[in-house]
Design a protein around this ligand. Structure first.
Ligand SMILES: Cc1cc2nc3c(=O)[nH]c(=O)nc-3n(C[C@H](O)[C@H](O)[C@H](O)COP(=O)(O)OP(=O)(O)OC[C@H]3O[C@@H](n4cnc5c(N)ncnc54)[C@H](O)[C@@H]3O)c2cc1C
Length: 384
């Protein structure tokens, strides 16, 4: 026979909150009404099967706990057991497997790894799958310029060793590119045709470099810097003694130019505006920065607008709108990034410049979340 819980259900007559236990609570955790405001709810007091888990939501932080009883303390925010409300029907034994939520995270940059860790911390029962298009272990992208400069080795890059994922039961799949997902069947499909079922999906697919439509941008030796593969490709060219042109005097362009100069390249940095970091600095501060950049051995051209990247199969130079041609063996384009919103667009999620999310990072679909460079919160795409 199925064991039952003998707990009673008490309804707050002010706000409707249901408390389960032999006695009403001292006070309502939702509206603050005193104990006397609770009455026994006969319908809700039906015996509750306890062979299968119930779901409990923390009223304070929305953490969901699976189990016959609410936890003593919320592992996320520390709220006590009476701050949990029951949100799920009991699940029959045959449906028990479905009670374990499957969280699938697409994209294993810093946002994806943080999401996987948070999902695991929120529930030990949840099956957490982290899918990465890149083959390398997840790494902090911001370290790529230090790697390019030679300050870090490839071994220094991973955020965590491989064992960290297996020890936490985070199912990390590398080299898996997701090409679509279905919000009805709740399946994610990879280009390799593998598929992954989800109850909750987290999109942490980041951003890609934006390359203006320069003629000749396809030539060998023209690149961007977003992945460790990009950095390796640049390093494989030799760099030392090469003539490198970096297009874009924003933060990434500056850091890339400095890294290449540290490797012994002959670097020219092109900024289309009148001074460096025009979005962050005024002209005076930009002028001060120019001095620092030149001291680092980088040649700088302000007000330099690229017209064309010239050469044959390989790049030979950069032609400016004033027709000057700057010789180049390597051109790195650092002209901003754009959110990878295509997967979300394909299924009709609300997308503006990024995937639109609310304060809980929930997209326009209740079971799909987005975070990091791909997300747009209150009109701001932080990564761009
Ligand atoms: C060289 C460099 C230096 C930077 N320096 C700084 C800095 O100093 N300070 C700072 O705040 N920020 C810096 N940034 C920006 C920072 O790295 C990003 O804001 C951050 O990486 C965003 O993290 P994310 O997890 O949202 O996205 P990403 O790091 O872009 O990760 C997204 C991951 O999803 C994967 N992916 C995409 N599509 C799919 C798919 N269909 N299937 C499977 N996987 C997919 C991508 O391959 C990628 O691995 C720098 C960036 C670069 C490139």
């Amino acid at each position: 026979m199925m064991p039952v819980s003998d707990s009673k259900a008490w309804r707050c007559t002010i706000c409707g909150y249901i408390h389960r236990g032999p006695e009403p609570p001292d006070g309502c955790p939702v509206c603050g009404a005193p104990s006397e405001a609770f009455e026994l709810d006969v319908a809700e007091s039906q015996p509750v099967a306890t062979t299968s888990p119930r779901r409990w939501r923390c009223l304070n932080c929305s953490y969901v706990h699976n189990g016959p009883e609410a936890p003593d303390v919320c592992p996320i925010c520390g709220s006590p057991a009476d701050c949990f409300e029951s949100i799920g029907e009991t699940v029959s034994d045959t449906a028990g497997a479905g009670a374990v939520e499957k969280v699938v995270i697409i994209g294993a940059g810093v946002a994806g790894v943080a999401a996987a860790e948070a999902a695991r911390n929120a529930s030990q029962d949840t099956h957490v799958t982290l899918l990465s298009k890149e083959r390398s272990l997840p790494y902090y992208r911001l370290n790529l310029t230090r790697y390019l400069a030679g300050d870090l080795t490839q071994e220094d890059l991973p955020i965590q060793p491989e064992s960290w994922y297996s020890e936490r039961g985070i199912d990390l799949h590398r080299g898996v590119e997701i090409c679509e997902f279905d919000t009805e069947t709740k399946q994610v499909r990879a280009r390799s045709d593998q598929s992954f079922a989800f109850d909750r999906l987290v999109l942490t697919v980041g951003a890609h470099p934006f390359t203006p439509a320069f003629t000749g941008a396809y030539r060998e030796g023209v690149t961007t810097l977003r992945t460790v593969e990009d950095a390796d490709q640049i390093l494989d060219m030799g760099v030392s003694g090469m003539r490198c042109v970096c297009i874009g005097g924003g933060l990434l362009g500056l850091e890339t130019a400095a890294a290449l100069a540290r490797r012994g390249a002959d670097v020219m940095l092109l900024e289309g505006h009148g001074w460096l970091l025009p979005r962050q600095l005024n002209a005076t501060a930009g002028g001060l920065l120019t001095g620092v950049v030149r001291q680092a051995g980088i040649e700088l051209r302000n007000g330099a607008r690229t017209k064309e990247i010239v050469g044959d199969e390989r790049v030979r130079g950069v032609q400016l709108e004033d027709e000057t041609v700057l010789p180049a063996d390597l051109v790195v384009i650092a002209t901003g990034v754009r959110s990878n919103s295509y997967l979300a667009r394909m299924v009709g999620l609300e997308v503006n410049r990024g995937i639109v999310v609310d304060n809980l990072l929930r997209t326009s679909h209740p079971d799909i979340f987005a975070a990091g460079d791909v997300a747009e919160h209150r009109g701001i795409v932080y990564g761009t």
